[in-house]
Design a protein around this ligand. Structure first.
Ligand SMILES: Nc1ncnc2c1ncn2[C@@H]1O[C@H](COP(=O)(O)OP(=O)(O)O)[C@@H](O)[C@H]1O
Ligand SMILES: [Mg+2]
Length: 335
């Protein structure tokens, strides 16, 4: 991916809060990132780090209240999605930006056939006739590797296995040939063999269709083999971003380093024991004024508690990290 290629999606300074009985929860804090045309961007972080809230904020999918997108810009195809009309957003959602969520059982409607649900966006967004949409729906099921596609259009979601339902969701997300596909932990509920098949399918589809993919997961191991670039999230912030090899070879945030140690290394026949990161991700009742990872970090010093570190360049390919500790010198980074 050429450096500095213009982005298809450009997110700047995104802030989302939830108003709860115990006060405001600062779920997403000044998140900025972009997605380049045709790239596969991995987004990782433990459960609760703000990955889903970030993505749902982009296209207005969070219920408000309790959620409030408080600041930021989401630039896509010449408009700011945080400031456009609901009608414009509806045209973008599910058509120009496709979505696949973790649990296809809650995203698919049990009372409609799979064929109907694939044809729906084709008819609504692209104005296809019933007959044309039906033919296209069969092509899409075939594309995502569902055997006997034409006949299966008449089946209901419960007649498909978990892996096949996830393929149906991908077919729906791809129906209008989106510029960007956002996949939020789409394989988490599936067993490893099926996970691997879905990953292969997505890689293959990207080759064929050329859209950009944002692949969200709590498992750094999953994206090691497929992502071009990786964003690491913690406490509602991006703490590190880098091209995938650079991230694995030269991680610069203590949280990324800890995550890397949770990936099993297979040596011979026996997998090394998994390390777990001690402690819990924070729930942020105030806008963070210190590094959110400081309580769990082995390198914390006074500066980490006095200020929230900004992202600074730390390596090639746009590699940046939000940390005051410098692993190269084994001491504090020059302020
Ligand atoms: N409905 C809600 N009400 C209050 N806080 C919420 C709600 N949904 C999410 N959050 C907060 O947002 C944080 C990030 O959630 P989420 O984006 O779903 O995490 P991830 O997808 O990384 O697992 C959570 O840790 C929680 O503090
Ligand atoms: Mg999530």
């Amino acid at each position: 991916m050429p450096d500095g290629a213009s982005s298809v999606l450009d997110v700047r300074g995104l802030k989302t809060v939830f108003r709860t009985r115990s006060g405001e929860v600062h779920a997403v804090n000044s998140v900025s990132f972009d997605v380049k045309p045709g790239e596969l961007l991995g987004v990782v972080g433990e459960s609760g780090s703000g990955k889903s809230v970030t993505m749902m904020s982009l296209i207005g999918l969070l219920p408000s209240p309790p959620a409030e997108v408080r600041d930021g810009q989401v630039l896509f195809e010449g408009s700011d999605l945080l400031r456009c009309s609901e009608e414009h957003l509806r045209g973008v959602r599910g058509a120009r930006i496709g979505f696949v969520f973790q649990d296809p059982m809650t995203s698919l409607n049990p009372v409609f056939t799979v064929g109907f649900q694939i044809m729906e966006p084709l008819r609504a967004h692209l104005g296809m006739s019933r007959r044309v949409a039906e033919r296209r729906a069969a092509e899409l099921l075939d594309l995502v590797g569902i055997p006997d596609a034409r006949r299966r259009l008449a089946d209901y979601p419960h007649q498909f296995s978990g892996g096949m339902r996830q393929r149906v969701m991908i077919a729906i997300a791809l129906a209008c040939e989106p510029k960007v596909l956002i996949a939020d932990e789409p394989t988490t509920a599936l067993d490893v063999t099926i996970q691997a098949q879905i990953l292969e399918l997505v890689r293959d589809l990207r080759q064929k269709l050329g859209m950009a993919i944002v692949w969200i997961t709590h498992d750094l191991g999953v994206i090691a083999g497929i992502a071009d670039r990786v964003i690491v999230m913690y406490g509602g912030q991006i703490v590190e971003q880098a091209p995938v090899r650079e991230l694995f070879g030269n991680p610069q945030h203590p949280y990324t380093r800890a995550l890397l140690q949770t990936i099993p290394h297979v040596r011979g026949a026996r997998a090394a024991r998994l390390k777990v990161i001690e402690g819990q991700p924070p729930i942020l009742y105030r806008h963070p004024t210190a590094c959110p990872f400081a309580p769990r970090c082995g390198h914390t010093f006074d500066r980490c508690l006095a200020a929230n570190p900004p992202r600074v360049p730390v390596g090639p390919g746009g590699h940046d990290a939000a940390c005051f500790w410098d692993f190269a010198t084994g001491g504090p980074r020059d302020a």
